[in-house]
Structure formats: C-alpha cells, structure tokens
Design a protein around this ligand. Structure first.
Ligand SMILES: NC(=O)c1ccc[n+]([C@@H]2O[C@H](COP(=O)([O-])OP(=O)(O)OC[C@H]3O[C@@H](n4cnc5c(N)ncnc54)[C@H](O)[C@@H]3O)[C@@H](O)[C@H]2O)c1
Length: 246
C-alpha cells in the first residue's frame, strides 16, 4: 500500500457521492484520515463507515459559512489538524436555460454552493493549515470554456479558477498550495436524468470518446494533494480526456 499520506488529515466536501467519494477512497488508501462532509449525512456516513477509524462523516452545507467552519473544527478535534482539503461539493444546472431565461433562484443556488461554498471553505481552512498544506478545488472544463444553457454553472467554475489562483498567491509564502482540477464530464449522479442522446454527444466531445470515471479525477486530486506535487500551486489542471485541446 502507498503510504505517502500517512499521518495527514484531509477533508472532502461532497464526499458522499461521485468524485468526492472516490477522493475519500484514494486519500484513505494512501494513509490519510479523512473528514467526509456532505449535505447528505446518509451518503457521507455510508462512505465513512467503509474506512473505520480512518474516516468520519459530518453533515454540512458548504453554502453556510458556519458549516464550513465546523467541518474544519471536526478535522482538528477528531484527527488533530488539517493538511489537505478537497473542495468538491457542487451542483449542476437542473434545467438548461439561456441567460435571459435563468431564474434568480437557479443563479443563487448554483453560485451559493459552487462559488460561495468554496470561498467559505477556503476561508475556514487556509488559516488552520501549516506548511505543506494543500487545497484542491473541483472546477470543471466549464472553468475555461462555456456550454449553452448553463450560465450559472459556467460562471461559478470560471470564478472558482480565479479564486484558486488568488488563494494560491495569498498562501504561497506560508508554504500552502492551492490548485484547481478542470474535470471533463464524469459518470456520476450529477449527470443523472440526462437522456442517452445528450450523454453520447457529450462523450463524443471528449477526444478520448467517453466520460471519465470518478477515480480518474480522484487520482489527479490525490496527486495534487500529495508531496509529489510540491512545486505545483495556482494551477488549473484539466483532467478532461482532451476536451479543451480542440
Ligand atoms: N460529474 C461531472 O460531469 C463533473 C464535471 C466537472 C466537474 N464536476 C464537479 O465535481 C464536483 C463533484 O461532482 P460529482 O459529479 O461527483 O457530483 P455528485 O452529485 O455525485 O456529488 C456531489 C456531492 O456534493 C454534495 N453536495 C451538494 N450540495 C452540497 C452542499 N451545499 N454542501 C455540501 N455538500 C453538497 C451532494 O450531496 C453530493 O454528495 C462538483 O463540484 C462538480 O461541479 C463534475
């Protein structure tokens, strides 16, 4: 077993499903103890209980600043500190709509969770990390390009890339790295309900000709979190099957 993260304490938001659950699995496999935070405590608990003493579940809504603080407190009180944070909790757009047809409600919900949530989390996490700390934010290819009918999501992920770079500069002198992953489309519950035609078209937009599996994103997140990426900060790293190369 790879033990490069032995003794490290990590937290993963949205750790109850999809990419987040894969990140928890890979961080634990490398020896980290992990706080699994999710708005769905049922899912967080299901994931955490697979790993015994190495993981703990916590119910948290990242769109609430006090919850973002509480997740960090759980890491400190339960495992003794915080070394790695994966800010992964996020939502997609429920209905595709042009800017002119986007409701206040949808705009606020997506920005509250995908952008404000990541800000609240980093604001709570970064001052509690020491030298060698690492933050990885789950952006998307939609952090670099757009898709029709998804303005709130596209805006949230572009802003998250900017926020990542700003935080990387603010904490570089402290020896804390902050990076973002630009995931292509991934086979997770986030895409549930999409019709097969849409999925096929999206798969074809990736030169590798398919969606990613959650573990293919989590392996890069885990790399960025690890000492192997010790000179990587402020990066936006596409993990996208070639999507952005076109
Ligand atoms: N699936 C994709 O195609 C894709 C592509 C690029 C980027 N991403 C990003 O990856 C991240 C994870 O997505 P996923 O595909 O694994 O989705 P998912 O729906 O499988 O998992 C998201 C998790 O976040 C949790 N969550 C949602 N709102 C929350 C909140 N307010 N507070 C705490 N937890 C909350 C959900 O309960 C869920 O467990 C998201 O940020 C998403 O934007 C996904």
């Amino acid at each position: 077993m790879n033990s490069e993260l032995n003794g490290k304490v990590a937290l993963v938001t949205g750790g109850g499903s999809g990419i987040g659950a894969a990140c928890v699995r890979q961080l634990v496999a490398r020896g980290a103890s992990v706080v699994v935070a999710d708005i769905s405590v049922e899912n967080a608990t299901l994931v955490a209980k697979e790993y015994g003493d190495q993981a703990v579940a916590v119910e948290a809504d990242v769109a609430r600043a006090e919850d973002a603080e509480r997740i960090v407190e759980v890491a400190v009180t339960h495992f003794g500190g915080l070394d790695i944070a994966v800010n992964n909790a996020g939502v997609g757009v429920p209905v595709r709509a042009a800017v002119g047809e986007t409701s206040d409600e949808e705009w606020r919900r997506v920005l509250d969770i995908n952008l404000d949530g990541a800000f609240f989390c980093m604001r709570a996490q970064l001052p509690r990390m020491g030298k060698g700390g690492s933050v990885v934010n789950l952006a998307s290819v939609m952090g670099a390009v757009a898709a029709e009918g998804a303005s709130s999501y596209v805006a949230s992920k572009h802003a998250l890339v900017g926020l990542t770079k700003a935080a990387a500069l603010d904490y570089a002198a402290a020896g804390i790295r902050v990076n973002a992953v630009g995931a292509g489309f991934v086979d997770t519950p986030l895409l549930a309900g999409r019709d097969t035609e849409w999925i096929a078209a999206v798969a074809a937009a990736h030169p590798l000709g398919r969606l990613a599996q959650p573990d293919e994103i989590a392996s890069v997140v885990t790399f960025l979190a690890s000492p192997a990426a010790s000179f990587v900060t402020g990066a936006y790293l596409p993990v996208d099957g070639g999507y952005l190369a076109r």
